[in-house]
Structures are given as C-alpha cells and as structure tokens.
Design a protein around this ligand. Structure first.
Ligand SMILES: Cc1ncc(COP(=O)(O)O)c(C=O)c1O
Length: 420
C-alpha cells in the first residue's frame, strides 16, 4: 500500500478538519452548536418546494433561470444566466437584497450585492480566497470560528488574534495589533468578526466599539467580514446596528444564511457587500451554484414574510432553552463557575473557578457521557492559554430534560474535581 498522506497538497495538510473523537459514548451532547429540530418548519418547506415545482415546472430544475431575461423557455445563457451560475439565483438575491436592505437600513442593496453560497461557510471561504494573498494580515477575535481560521491558514495568511471581553472585540487591542503589523511590514487585509453573539463566547461587540472598528478600518485601510450567522437569534434586549448597516465606505462584507433560523440542511448562505468584492468572490468560485429549485422556494419564503415569522418562532424555542440551561447551571454548577447570561445565540461560555481541576472536570464529565467544547479549541495557537479553564456549552439543540440531566452530571463532575 502506498502512503496516501504523502500525496496530499500543502493546502490539504495545512489544517486537519476532524476534531478528536470523544473517549466514551456521548449521551448529553453540548458540543455542537446546531439548531433544534423543534424549530424546523417541515410542513412549510414541504409546501414551498412542491408549490414551486407546480408553479415553475422544469424552470425550477435548470442550472439557470429561463424566465428572467424575458419570456420563453429557450435555454439562453445570456448575461443573467452566467451571473446566476456565479452569483446564484436571481430570484433569491432580489428578495434577500430587499430583506437585508430593510434589516440593515441599506435600501441601496440590490441583487448584485449578493452571492448565494453553500452555507455561509462557503461565503467566508470564497471571500478569504478572493481577498487574501499569502502573507497578508488577517485579524480575528482571540476565540473564533475554527473554519474561518482554517481558510485563512490555507491561504497562508498572517493571522493575528485580537482580545475580546464582555463588550466584544476591543478596538484598543485591535489598534495595537495594527501598529504591530505596520512595524513588521504586514499588510492588514481583513478583519473577520462575529460581531453579534460571537462564537464561542456569545458576547456582542457594542455599538461604540463597532464605530471605532470602522474608523480603524479607514485609518489602516482594511476590509471587514461581519459573520452575522447568529445575528437574528436574539431572545432579550435591543438589537445593535450591524457593521453592514454602519458601513458608508464600502468596507464591510456580511455573511449570513438560513442554517441557524430555518434549517442547516438547506445549505443556503450568502455574502452581502460592495458589488466589486462580490464579483471578486464569483471569480474564485469553482462550482456551478446552489439548487435553483431550493432558492426559488426560499425566495418565496422571504417575500411572503414566512422567514420573519420563522425567526420569531425559532427565537421563542431558544429563549425557553436558554432559561432551562441557565437555571440548571445555576442550580448544579455554582459555586465553581461564572458566566454571563447571553441575550441570544446558541451557547453559554462558562469560566471554571481555579478551585477545580480542569482536566479532571473534562475526564469526569466525559465518563458521565457529557460532551462540551473546551475553550482552548477556539483559540488561535498563540492565544490557546486564554481559553483554558473555559467551556462552551451548546444548549440550542438539546431537549429540555436532557439539558437538566446533563448539566446535573456536569455539576457532579465539578464537585468531584474540587481541589481539596
Ligand atoms: C460563526 C459561524 N459562522 C458560520 C457558520 C456556518 O454556517 P452555515 O455554513 O451552515 O451557514 C457557523 C456554523 O456553525 C458558525 O458557527
């Protein structure tokens, strides 16, 4: 047998994907931040998809729409056809441009400001590929979405973590990093930020800080990817204006999608931003787009107001789950943990007291069938220590009763790991 590993390209070797396997079977899975099946609008998706087939017939099953450049069913790969292969369904881009325009006070947005992708994760990957050259500086929150890091690594970016606290990304720390990069001759190309209900901490960057970040983007001349995948999952408190809504200089790209509020299996996400940057992302795209059938169905969902109603329904479910998780942690895990109750998102970011042995907590929890994600797994290498002693507890998809029982086991593991 040949040794397959040695055939892998540098890119494939750059960052392995698969996390370590759980040492014992997992009964209480607080590890993955996935949506609750309770929120999936199954009947509505069923109707939408069959209605589109009945209404549009074969047109819904082509590579490109045949009914947007004019009447008739001839396959003509005109301008619209080609741009649909690259940017995705014009129907969905039109509807989303309107929806995003309303939500972000950006009536200027049109279909050419959007690219539809296979989940928002592809949007992030395309943006990084379109913008970053090897050696360019990519700034990220000190704890962040591992896939974004992975894509930046694959491009050979010079990745710099920026500290976050209860108010989100710290602009002073950002400026310090930018100066450090200037001294080292590194071009700051991009800040990737989950500004609302950040992963893994669930904190949101405050409005004044967002303003400062945009000022710094002007001063040091870089672009921003605002990952807004958790942006609509707000259960308490007032929304904070998005970076996209505050962007007057054309520096912000915002990634978003249907995964967290509708269903991840749709694999429909998008990036919104300045036309030239969106078309740059199209230039590095290597597939032929996302199912037009599904996109037509989702266009209908957005235009009928179904998407807005769905967001409200999903938020009702998550508000309840957040309450269950918070009460259970308070009941079973005090006094060994501290945490802030987030206003939205999928996670509790829990700091363990130094009166418990962290490794022992992990071992005992795993023995009890409880899985959660250790904080250091979200940190970029140089910041790994900052995550030690934190755990991310994803409560979003877990049944209420399992939440209570699993958190009770975690509480027992904490008690048994107390340093005597
Ligand atoms: C911060 C963040 N961004 C993006 C994604 C990707 O979501 P999708 O590709 O399903 O839109 C996730 C999924 O967990 C996430 O946590």
């Amino acid at each position: 047998m040949v040794e397959a590993q040695r055939f892998l390209s540098d890119i494939a070797r750059a960052a392995p994907v698969v996390p370590p396997a759980a040492p014992v079977p997992v009964t209480f899975n607080f590890d993955q931040g996935i949506p609750s099946a309770e929120t999936f609008p199954i009947a509505e998706l069923d109707h939408l998809h069959s209605d589109v087939l009945k209404r549009d017939g074969a047109r819904a099953l082509e590579y490109v729409s045949l009914d947007v450049d004019g009447p008739g069913d001839r396959i003509v790969y005109g301008n619209t056809g080609y741009s649909e292969l690259i940017l995705g369904s014009l129907h969905l881009r039109r509807e989303l441009a309107r929806w995003l325009g309303d939500r972000n006070a950006r009536p200027d947005l049109g279909p050419d400001n959007l690219i539809i992708t296979c989940g928002s994760v592809q949007a992030i990957a395309l943006a990084i590929n379109a913008l970053v050259n090897p050696g360019d500086g990519v700034l990220v929150e000190a704890a962040t979405f591992p896939y974004a890091l992975r894509y930046a690594k694959m491009r050979g970016a010079d990745i710099r973590p920026v500290a976050i606290d209860q108010d989100g990304l710290d602009p002073d720390a950002l400026e310090a990093r930018l100066r450090e990069m200037a001294d080292a001759g590194v071009v700051p190309k991009l800040l990737y930020i989950v500004a609302t209900f950040q992963l893994p901490t669930c904190v949101s960057t405050s409005e004044p800080r967002r303003r400062r970040i945009l000022e710094l983007a002007d001063k040091y001349d870089f672009l921003i990817i605002e990952d807004n995948i958790y942006g609509d999952l707000r259960y308490h408190g007032e929304p904070i204006p998005t970076l996209l809504s505050m962007d007057t200089a054309g520096r912000v790209l915002q990634s978003h999608g249907f995964s967290k509020t509708v269903a991840p299996a749709l694999r429909i996400g998008w990036m919104t931003g300045p036309e030239d940057l969106i078309s740059g992302m199209g230039s590095v795209r290597q597939d032929l787009g996302i199912s037009l059938w599904m996109c037509r169905a989702m266009a209908q969902f957005v235009s009928s107001g179904g998407f807005d109603k769905q967001i409200e329904r999903a938020n009702d479910v998550y508000r309840r789950k957040l309450d269950v998780a918070v009460s259970a942690v308070r009941e079973h895990c005090a006094p060994w943990v501290t945490f802030e109750v987030p206003e939205g998102g999928f996670y509790l970011w829990i700091k363990l007291s130094d009166q418990v042995d962290w490794q022992e907590v992990r071992r005992r929890s795993a023995q009890g069938g409880v899985a959660f994600r250790p904080g250091e797994r979200f940190m970029i290498d140089t910041a790994a220590d900052a995550g030690a002693g934190y755990l991310r507890l994803a409560y979003s998809h877990v049944d209420d009763d399992e939440l209570r029982r699993g958190i009770a086991i975690l509480g027992q593991a904490l008690r048994d790991s107390a340093i005597k």
